[in-house]
Design a protein around this ligand. Structure first.
Ligand SMILES: C[S@@+](CC[C@H](N)C(=O)[O-])C[C@H]1O[C@@H](n2cnc3c(N)ncnc32)[C@H](O)[C@@H]1O
Length: 273
């Protein structure tokens, strides 16, 4: 059953689990390490649990909140911060690029609504060099997938997509008791830091992500099977990749190598034509 606050009934459809544990809140803020005048953006401020200490630290904050019933409370709570800006709307459609000023990079934070966390991260990863770093509370299972290593059970599409663009640090676990209402699962804090320069660059990123989606189509099948029609066994071998391997054993660099070969249009790598 959803818990009540005197003014607001938590809404499941907006993924509302409000942080209540002061110890966890200050640990999150310490992990973020906000400094005065930095360009911080909070997704889903809710009832202001993180908003307040962030504003205290920086004096300046932009928030994006979808639930319009929460907006008046935020305006009242933070009326004495002239550089507190509320964007009423959907973070999934928000143009983060447009927010930053000349020479600025955004620090994005949020206890994210779990029902949209994966598409939201995908949306933020598109924001190019607009973002300096991101700190998110997510379901622990999603953090495990983001921070996974090749060969492990959690390594998959989300891991490759995130690690292609970012360094990923899983910071600490947050138990259900820290929230009202309590979620059914553990949560965790993750830090995503976009690479200044990509360690591996895909010539065609759309092709890389399509390839990764196909490769992980059936995790138990081999690359030979999952990538049938896309690349044959001889070409995989010429790229130094055993076609009998399963997709969850491939590193980001290996996926990029295959994608760049496909983008080059060569029938077979390493063979002079
Ligand atoms: C898990 S709650 C976190 C609230 C608060 N930050 C806290 O830690 O207590 C998620 C917040 O995101 C808001 N939200 C849900 N979907 C959203 C969306 N698409 N765009 C922006 N905010 C959203 C919810 O209304 C809610 O305030």
């Amino acid at each position: 059953m959803a818990s009540r606050s005197p003014v607001h009934q938590a809404r499941k459809r907006f993924g509302q689990n409000f942080l209540r544990d002061p110890g966890i809140i200050s640990r999150i803020v310490r992990a973020i390490g906000p400094r005065p005048s930095e360009r911080l953006v909070e997704i889903g401020p809710g009832q202001g649990a993180l908003t307040e200490p962030l504003l205290e630290a920086t004096g300046r904050l932009e928030v994006i909140e979808l639930d319009r019933d929460l907006i008046p409370g935020l305006r009242v709570q933070f009326f004495n911060y002239p550089e507190f800006v509320i964007h009423e709307g959907d973070a999934l459609k928000f143009d983060f690029q447009a927010l930053r000023g000349e020479g600025e990079r955004l620090r994005v934070v949020g206890n994210l609504p779990y029902n949209i966390s994966t598409p939201l991260i995908a949306h933020l990863l598109q924001a190019g060099d607009a973002i300096a770093d991101m700190h998110f509370m997510l379901q622990k299972e999603v953090v495990d997938r983001l921070a996974a290593e090749p060969g492990g059970p959690d390594w998959g599409r989300l891991s490759v997509m995130a690690q292609y663009r970012c360094r990923v640090d899983s910071l600490f676990v947050v138990p259900p008791e820290a929230f009202v209402p309590r979620p059914k699962v553990d949560s965790a804090i993750v830090r995503l830091t976009p690479h200044g320069e990509l360690p591996e660059t895909a010539v065609d990123e759309a092709l890389l992500f399509a390839l990764v989606r196909e490769a992980f189509g059936q995790r138990r099948k081999t690359l030979r099977n999952n990538l049938k029609g896309r690349i044959d066994s001889a070409a995989l071998e010429a790229l130094g990749i055993d076609p009998a391997r399963r997709p969850q054993t491939l590193s980001v660099a290996e996926f990029v190598r295959i994608a760049n070969h496909l983008a080059s249009g060569d029938p077979q790598p390493g063979v002079a034509t």
